[in-house]
Design a protein around this ligand. Sequence first.
Ligand code: HEC
Ligand code: HEC
Ligand code: HEC
Ligand code: HEC
Ligand code: HEC
Length: 160
Amino acid sequence: MTRPVRAAAVAMTLAALACTKPQAPVQPIPFSHTVHAGVNAIGCRMCHAYAEHSPVAGIPSMARCFGCHKFVARDKPAVQDVVKAYQEGKPLEWYRVYRVPDHVYFTHERHVAAGLRCQICHGEVQQMDVVHQASPLTMGWCVDCHRARHAPTDCLTCHK
Ligand code: HEC
Ligand code: HEC
Ligand code: HEC
Ligand code: HEC
Ligand code: HEC
């Protein structure tokens, strides 16, 4: 690689890294949690249905969007895009906001079962038009809460 090309590649990598903790990621559809979970008070688990029973919370399928939007707000252009994507069988590629590294084991099930609200870790999502990362996701963040709540802190809890 010539130097300018490498410099450009490094700049792009840095830009990509900077993008992993964005204030306002650009989603394929302007999906608003304020509209859904706030104004219309749709429960978190209606859409993130796995949180209670599995490691992942899950992102709703297009079929779930269509379940409401075959009737609701069909006059809105953004909703028409959702319906069109569903009818063409195209899953939307949502930009992922929260992620721990592969060497870390995290599971929603145990935390939800312990009675922790989603908002303790994700912030007041029902007031966010665009979801942003509200917790640092560092080891210190996990371990501090585990200590405070008498959850296990041995290394193998989170590093299998
Ligand atoms: C009508 C469906 C719906 C409801 C209700 C809903 N969500 Fe979501 N949620 C989504 C969709 C779609 C995404 C992916 C797009 C985005 O990030 O905005 C998402 C993304 C998220 C993310 C970011 C996931 C990631 O790492 O990329 C979090 C955290 C989240 N939701 C938490 C919540 C919480 C907490 C509630 C309740 C207060 C809630 N959601 C209610 C549909 C919903
Ligand atoms: C439980 C029912 C329900 C589900 C499921 C649902 N929505 Fe909605 N959605 C609503 C309601 C209610 C509104 C507000 C309609 C209004 O204000 O006219 C809305 C509004 C919208 C809007 C327009 C926002 C605006 O006001 O500009 C978009 C875009 C949208 N939804 C996308 C989605 C997507 C994408 C999914 C699937 C990830 C989804 N919805 C799932 C009920 C739902
Ligand atoms: C103890 C903190 C904590 C609580 C409580 C919590 N989450 Fe999470 N959530 C996380 C972490 C950490 C990640 C990243 C996990 C990973 O990368 O494997 C995440 C990822 C997500 C994601 C994206 C990936 C996925 O799992 O599908 C969604 C959506 C989400 N959470 C929604 C929720 C909802 C809804 C609730 C409440 C029912 C909730 N979370 C409760 C910490 C939490
Ligand atoms: C807000 C507090 C809080 C935060 C933040 C938190 N946890 Fe936890 N975690 C708990 C509690 C409470 C339990 C115990 C649940 C129980 O007793 O079943 C737990 C349990 C667990 C378990 C299951 C432990 C077992 O018995 O095997 C794992 C794995 C885990 N947490 C990983 C993580 C990781 C990884 C993070 C950071 C990315 C994290 N937790 C952040 C409160 C938290
Ligand atoms: C409650 C969960 C939890 C426990 C317990 C835990 N870790 Fe971690 N650990 C994490 C998370 C989350 C990360 C990733 C942090 C990040 O990317 O900033 C991490 C990252 C690491 C890393 C990589 C650091 C880096 O800079 O990439 C090492 C090494 C590590 N942990 C060792 C340990 C050891 C040794 C123990 C036991 C004394 C331990 N961890 C206990 C959650 C935990």
